[in-house]
Design a binder for this molecule. Structure first.
Ligand SMILES: [Zn+2]
Length: 298
């Protein structure tokens, strides 16, 4: 029972951190403070170890698992969940036991997926749904929160179709978060148009949409943009030419409507910031196709 309270305290604190930071949460200055429980602070995770069970817990199941930014998790996905590897050493060492205890007791965990060094996208609740001691890994499946809005409880998704949907949804969220992580790093966390340097207001915009041809989540298909410029770019109010110049839609240029619009107009015909590494620069072909659409819309 006490463990249940500890876990709901953990989830509630994560809700707050996610609302504060947006898509992903930093370790330093965020997760490293832990969450309050019974008068003390309990850590969320152990970045060094992967599998984490807090000393304050009474139950045997792990509280969280995490993967580093370097892990090739793209290869580790199945339609019904994500593989998570045992810790090195004996299958019976304490961390691996904590992983299997989560399966035996169907206890909800947090899965922290690193989106870039030092930043995590927390998925919760997740459940350990299969154990494969020979391959030294378990299968982790996203659950969901059910019940009243003010007191929702974590629940395993039983229906196979719903479960597939939950996995797909989690995967899309993770891909987006990782894409954002890569793009923001490439642009040194500033808006390519206005140079605003505030991570919480920055997005990774797709040049070719993720459902379009060449819409892959690679840095060359991304632009780091602040929320305003991202929205303006998506709505074809602002375009970026293949030679990396900002164009503001003619109908905005003709308007006069206060200082915010003047600011937006001021970037017209200015160059965007691009990463110095060649492979990270926005792909000119993708930009050209996108720019044609912008020109047609204005
Ligand atoms: Zn901006």
């Amino acid at each position: 029972m006490e463990d249940e309270h500890l876990r709901s305290g953990c989830f509630a604190s994560l809700d707050v951190l996610c609302a504060q930071f947006g898509e992903d949460v930093p370790y330093r200055g965020g997760l490293d403070a832990g969450f309050p429980f019974a008068g003390r602070r309990v850590p969320f995770l152990s970045p060094q170890k992967g599998i984490f069970r807090a000393a304050a817990q009474s139950g045997q199941a792990a509280l969280s698992i995490n993967t580093s930014a370097k892990s090739p998790y793209d290869d580790e996905e199945l339609p019904h969940g994500f593989f998570y590897a045992y810790r090195a050493g004996s299958p019976d060492q304490p961390d691996n036991r904590a992983l299997r205890a989560a399966l035996a007791s169907q206890t909800p965990l947090v899965y922290f997926v690193a989106t870039r060094p030092g930043w995590y996208r927390p998925l919760y609740p997740v459940y350990v749904t299969e154990d494969d001691p020979r391959a030294r890994r378990v299968l982790v499946t996203p659950g969901r929160m059910v019940g009243p809005l003010d007191e929702p409880e974590p629940a395993l998704v039983e229906d196979p179709l719903e479960r597939r949907y939950a996995v797909r949804e989690a995967r899309v969220r993770l891909h987006q978060a990782r894409f954002r992580g890569r793009v923001l790093v490439a642009y040194s966390s500033l808006c390519a148009i206005c140079r605003l340097k505030e991570v919480r207001l920055l997005d990774a915009a797709h040049i070719a949409g993720d459902l379009e041809q060449r819409g892959e989540p690679v840095i060359a298909n991304g632009l780091s943009l602040c929320s305003i410029h991202h929205r303006a770019f998506d709505q074809d109010l602002v375009g970026v030419s293949p030679d990396y110049e900002v164009r503001v839609a003619a109908r905005l240029l003709e308007k006069e409507d206060g200082p915010m619009l003047e600011l937006l107009k001021g970037f017209h015909a200015h160059p965007i910031v691009v990463p110095s590494r060649l492979a990270w620069k926005p792909d000119r072909e993708r930009l050209a196709a996108r720019f044609d659409r912008f020109l047609a819309a204005t």
